[in-house]
Design a protein around this ligand. Structure first.
Ligand SMILES: [Zn+2]
Length: 280
C-alpha cells in the first residue's frame, strides 16, 4: 500500500481532506509513529483529525492540502533513502513527520511581511520574528495541551518528549523563507557533515523539510500549475508561465544540495529534471 502512496506522482487534488487524513494514518503506520509514541490507533487518528480541522479552508494555498503535500514529500524522501531511514532515530523521524504536518497550522494566509506591515496581533505577539512559523508551532502544542485525546506526546518519557519538541521548533522555524539562504549556506559550509552527530542530522532534516515545503516543483506540470495558481492567488502575485528564473535561482540550488547530501533522494527529482531540464 505504502509503495503506491509514497510516490512523487501522487496527486493530492484527487482526494478529499478526509481521505487525505486516512492516508496520513497509513503513512504513520509505515513509520511506526504510534508504536514510537506508545499510543493507540485512536489517539493517532484523533490527532490527525484535529490537526486537519485547524487548517483554514478559506485560503487557497496554506491549507490542509499544502500541509499534506509537504508531509507526503518528506515521507517519500524518508522512505526512499536507506541513509535517512537507518540514521534517524524513531523519535527524530516522528519529529520530522509531525513538523511537516503542522508547519503551517492555522496559517492566516499571506506572509510574515504582510502581518508585520499590518501590525497584526500575531506580529505584535511574536515581535515581528518568524511570525507565522512561531504561531503554527505554538498552536500545535496548545492544541495537544488542551485536548488530551489528541495529545500524541502524552505517553513517552519526558526526555524524548523534550527532544521531539526541540526538533519540531527548530524544523518549523527554519521554514521561514527569510532564512532559506542562510540555512543552505550553513549546510554547504559544513564539509564534514555526518549522520553520527545529532546537530548534523537536524541540519539535514531542515534541508529535507525546506525541500518538501517547496516540493510541488517535483510534481507533474499539471499539479505544479495548480499550486502556482493557488500561491499567486493568496499572495497577490501575477501568475506567469515563465517561472524558470525563480526555479533556477531558488529551487534548483536547494534540490542540488539535498541530492548531494543524500544521493538516494535523486529518484524523487525525476519529474523535476524532466520538466525543467536542469542537472541535479
Ligand atoms: Zn508551508
Amino acid at each position: 500500500m505504502t509503495n503506491n502512496l509514497l510516490k512523487i506522482t501522487f496527486n493530492v487534488f484527487e482526494y478529499s481532506v478526509e481521505q487525505l487524513g486516512e492516508i496520513i494514518y497509513q503513512i504513520f503506520e509505515t513509520f511506526q509513529v504510534c508504536e514510537t509514541l506508545k499510543i493507540n490507533k485512536e489517539k493517532g487518528k484523533k490527532f490527525i483529525q484535529e490537526i486537519r480541522k485547524q487548517y483554514l479552508t478559506t485560503i487557497p494555498y496554506h491549507n490542509f492540502y499544502h500541509a499534506f503535500e509537504v508531509f507526503h514529500s518528506l515521507s517519500t524522501f524518508l522512505y526512499t533513502s536507506d541513509q535517512l531511514k537507518n540514521n534517524y532515530t524513531s523519535e527524530e523521524k516522528v519529529a520530522l513527520l509531525i513538523a511537516a504536518l503542522c508547519h503551517d497550522l492555522k496559517h492566516p494566509g499571506g506572509s510574515n511581511q504582510k502581518e508585520i506591515e499590518k501590525g497584526s496581533d500575531l506580529a505584535l505577539i511574536y515581535n515581528d520574528q518568524s511570525v507565522i512559523e512561531n504561531y503554527s508551532i505554538s498552536q500545535t502544542f496548545l492544541l495537544m495541551k488542551s485536548n488530551e485525546e489528541a495529545n500524541i506526546f502524552s505517553e513517552i518519557e519526558k526526555e524524548k518528549q523534550k527532544k521531539i519538541r526541540k526538533w519540531m521548533i527548530q524544523l518549523i522555524l527554519a521554514t521561514d523563507p527569510e532564512f532559506h539562504r542562510e540555512q543552505l549556506q550553513k549546510i554547504r559550509k559544513n564539509k564534514s557533515l555526518s549522520f553520527e552527530h545529532e546537530s548534523h542530522r537536524l541540519q539535514v532534516g531542515i534541508l529535507i523539510l525546506m525541500s518538501s515545503d517547496l516540493g510541488y516543483f517535483t510534481r507533474t506540470m499539471e499539479i505544479q500549475a495548480k499550486w502556482m495558481k493557488n500561491v499567486c492567488e493568496e499572495l497577490g502575485f501575477e501568475y506567469s508561465e515563465n517561472n524558470k528564473s525563480f526555479v533556477k535561482n531558488k529551487i534548483l540550488p536547494m534540490y542540488q544540495l539535498l541530492v548531494k547530501t543524500v544521493p538516494e533522494t535523486k529518484p524523487c527529482f525525476k519529474l523535476f529534471q524532466q520538466n525543467f531540464k536542469f542537472k541535479l
